[in-house]
Write a protein that binds this ligand. Structure first.
Ligand code: XMP
Length: 222
């Protein structure tokens, strides 16, 4: 288990602009969310040291949403850097194929989970990757990766992909809140966690926003 057992089912996408705003939001929300997800803009600005600092300070699992999509030699270097920084999971694109994902998995070993992106929630996710989403889910099983990302705005697709990966794999779902996806719908459809960014960190009261999501899902999950 690279992430903890779901409690609030919330992964906070901390796409805040800099270190100060990041710590400001996390100070308010860290005890309501199950994990923290970093993406490129904040890390490109502040460096991977911020990921390490946040992990030490809040003691929460960290997902590096770097959507890795390169050849094995480069993936190897990325995965080593991210693992050394303390990430518990790394997101990678499914379309890079088994050799590139296997390289990441070998570097990750027992310290970091590999989460395969199936399709983006944006319209372009339906353009090319949707046709192969079930294959990406099968690849997750075949390579014994930690889990997949499935679109939180498309509960039917979450359900279909849960049917492929089975009950043991983790499914993380983006698009909750700002893009209209409902956390309870995603969890009902089979997601393990919903990923929520702007709907929490852009709220005037991030903690109150996180608690609203927590309450919404606790009514639905039994
Ligand atoms: P928001 O602010 O939209 O942030 O809650 C979502 C975070 O997840 C990343 N991400 C995705 N977002 N569809 C999304 O809407 C996806 O398929 C997806 N995959 C990852 C996004 O970049 C932001 O960090």
């Amino acid at each position: 288990m690279f992430l903890n057992t779901p409690n609030s089912h919330i992964i906070l996408a901390i796409d805040t602009p800099d270190r100060t705003s990041t710590l400001h939001v996390l100070d308010q929300c860290y005890d309501v969310v199950d994990a923290i997800k970093f993406n490129y803009p904040l890390i490109l600005k502040e460096g991977l040291s911020l990921l390490t600092e946040v992990k030490r300070k809040y003691n929460l699992p960290i997902i590096a949403d770097f959507k890795v999509a390169d050849v094995p030699v480069t993936n190897n270097r990325i995965a080593n850097l991210v693992k050394d920084a303390g990430a518990d999971a790394i997101m990678v694109h499914g379309f890079i194929g088994s050799d590139s994902i296997l390289e990441l998995k070998e570097v990750a070993g027992n310290e970091m989970g590999i989460i395969i992106v199936t399709e983006l929630t944006s319209p372009g996710g339906l353009e090319f990757t949707r046709q192969h989403a079930t294959q990406f889910a099968e690849l997750c099983n075949f390579l014994d990766c930690y889990g997949i990302q499935a679109p939180g705005t498309r509960p039917d697709q979450i359900k279909a992909l849960r049917g492929i990966v089975g009950s043991e794999k983790v499914i993380v779902s983006c698009g909750i809140g700002a893009q209209g996806g409902q956390l309870a719908d995603a969890i009902d459809a089979g997601a393990t966690f919903g990923i929520i960014g702007r709907a929490i960190y852009e709220d005037k009261h991030p903690r109150a926003a996180a608690i609203r999501f927590q309450k919404e899902v606790s009514k639905h999950v039994h």
